[in-house]
Write a protein that binds this ligand. Structure first.
Ligand SMILES: [Zn+2]
Length: 209
């Protein structure tokens, strides 16, 4: 059975700062995320009696940390051109007429996940993206096109997915979002995909729940 600790309980642990076995006391402390993106306030941990470092997290504290991780938010900001956001919103409206701009985020997360999971899709995207950007450039050269900032908070999971895809492909964050726009245009406007629509309607049902 897992040991349950009360605040003030004593134990022992190896402290990397004090370089050896030290006496510890369980207490409520702020625990930083490994990636430095934030911290979880007031989690029961074992603290070094000599240098006050957080040394260990008992099993009973992991649900609180997991919950904080899931809900923690990292700002995602990219500058796009107005028609690119209109493409996202056209798809979002088709998926769920009540959740248009709120649905931009799950739409992007959905395509990032597919790019991560489906090597063929990633290859297609890699091949088609330069062609797509040339097309966009020639459209944007026709007249003055307003810039639009796409800005929202993502979960650490989506953030990690973006970083992973960036590392895998060498694409910048803005290119990655533009690739999603390209795929959305294909699946919802150029060659409507019943699978993507049905997948995303299920996502919408969860988002709106
Ligand atoms: Zn110490």
């Amino acid at each position: 059975m897992t040991k349950f600790y009360e605040p003030g309980d004593k134990s022992q642990a190896i402290c990397p700062h004090c370089k050896g076995l030290v006496a510890t006391t369980f207490a409520y402390r702020n625990v930083a995320f490994n990636d430095g993106s934030g911290f979880v306030p007031n989690v029961l941990v074992s603290v070094c009696d000599h240098c006050d470092a957080n040394l260990a997290i008992p099993a009973q504290s992991t649900p609180a940390i997991r919950r904080a991780r899931e809900s923690a938010s990292i700002p995602l900001e990219v500058n796009l051109r107005a028609p690119e956001l209109e493409i996202l919103d056209t798809a979002a409206y088709e998926i769920d007429q009540d959740a248009t701009s709120r649905f931009r985020k799950p739409l992007i997360a959905y395509y990032l996940q597919r790019l991560q999971a489906d090597a063929t899709l990633l290859e297609t995207a890699r091949h088609d993206f330069p062609i797509w950007m040339e097309e966009r450039k020639s459209i944007y050269a026709r007249c003055s096109i307003p810039k639009r900032r796409l800005s929202f908070k993502v979960t650490p999971r989506t953030q990690a997915l973006m970083v992973e895809l960036q590392e895998k492909t060498g694409w910048q964050k803005t290119s990655l979002v533009r690739i999603v726009v390209m795929l959305v245009k294909r699946d919802f406007i150029s060659q409507p995909s019943p699978e993507a629509l049905s997948d995303l309607r299920q996502v919408a049902a969860v988002v709106n729940a």
